[in-house]
Design a protein around this ligand. Structure first.
Ligand code: PGA
Length: 259
């Protein structure tokens, strides 16, 4: 049985304010302290609050993550921030390919791949988000869409860099909608994703890589989802904004994960 420590991420999206972000980080750090030996945790606040949240997390093993960045190291890219700028603030993890970046901001596979490669080259960990839209699911294309986004996203990634890669399977129709994939449907998608990794990177990499589920994960459904053999935790949006809910989800991962 492969040993994979469960991994839960909080994606705060464009929510909170300075005081709220700091208070949320402090509450999560305090509440998660005794869970972090059994579950890895990252929180991804808005870019403007990274420094304050990083300070609130000092002394905690919770990782600081960024929701977005530019793939070039510096230059005339008005409004953008680079990986090294994020690292200056203590960021260790970045999200790539989130559904809202793909489908709301229009990021395509080529740009997402450039971001993946830039972040890994900069020494960051990444969470690469993939997932199908509802019409693709209804057309039976879930595994094909995931395989395509995975292949594009990870093109050029060196085998030794894969240890810093986590995949988040987030069906687009489940994000922020209150609809969740059934544990069985999610497990089937996760198994297919792991098999794609097996095909491209081999058995050891496939057995080691963490695949989070995302899309309306709540305290009430987290345990059943995370107890599936190929689901290694979750990427949490709405429920990560309430410390109590997020901590209940982290606890579910610590208790039912595959570690
Ligand atoms: P949700 O968001 O938990 O609010 O559905 C998940 C995500 O976007 O990562």
């Amino acid at each position: 049985m492969p040993q994979r420590m469960p991994y839960v991420g909080g994606n705060w999206k464009m929510n909170t304010d300075l005081a709220g972000a700091t208070a949320l980080a402090e509450a999560v750090a305090a509440g998660a302290a005794n869970l972090l030996s059994a579950c890895q945790v990252v929180v991804c606040p808005p870019l403007t609050y990274l420094q304050a949240v990083g300070k609130a997390l000092e002394g905690s093993a919770i990782l600081l993550g960024a929701q977005n960045f530019h793939h070039q190291p510096s230059g005339a890219f008005t409004g953008e921030v680079s990986c090294s700028m994020l690292k200056d603030l203590g960021v260790g993890v970045v999200l790539c390919g989130h559904s809202e970046r793909r489908h709301v901001m229009g990021e395509g596979d080529v740009l997402i791949n450039a971001k993946v490669l830039a972040a890994l080259e900069a020494g960051l960990q990444i969470i690469l988000c993939i997932g199908e839209k509802i019409e693709q699911r209804e057309a039976g294309q879930t595994d094909a869409v995931n395989a395509g986004q995975l292949a594009y996203g990870l093109a050029g990634v060196k085998p030794e860099q894969l240890a810093r890669v986590t995949i988040a399977y987030e069906p687009v129709w489940a994000i922020g909608t209150g609809k969740t994939a059934t544990p069985i449907d999610a497990q089937n998608a996760h198994r297919a994703i792991r098999n794609e990794i097996r095909h491209s990177f081999g058995d050891a990499a496939a057995d080691a890589i963490r695949i989070q589920y995302g899309g309306s994960v709540k305290p009430g459904n987290a345990g059943e989802l995370f107890s599936q053999p190929d689901i290694d935790g979750g990427l949490i949006g709405g429920a990560s904004l309430k410390a109590g809910d997020f901590l209940a989800i982290v606890r579910a991962a610590a208790e039912t994960g595959n570690a």
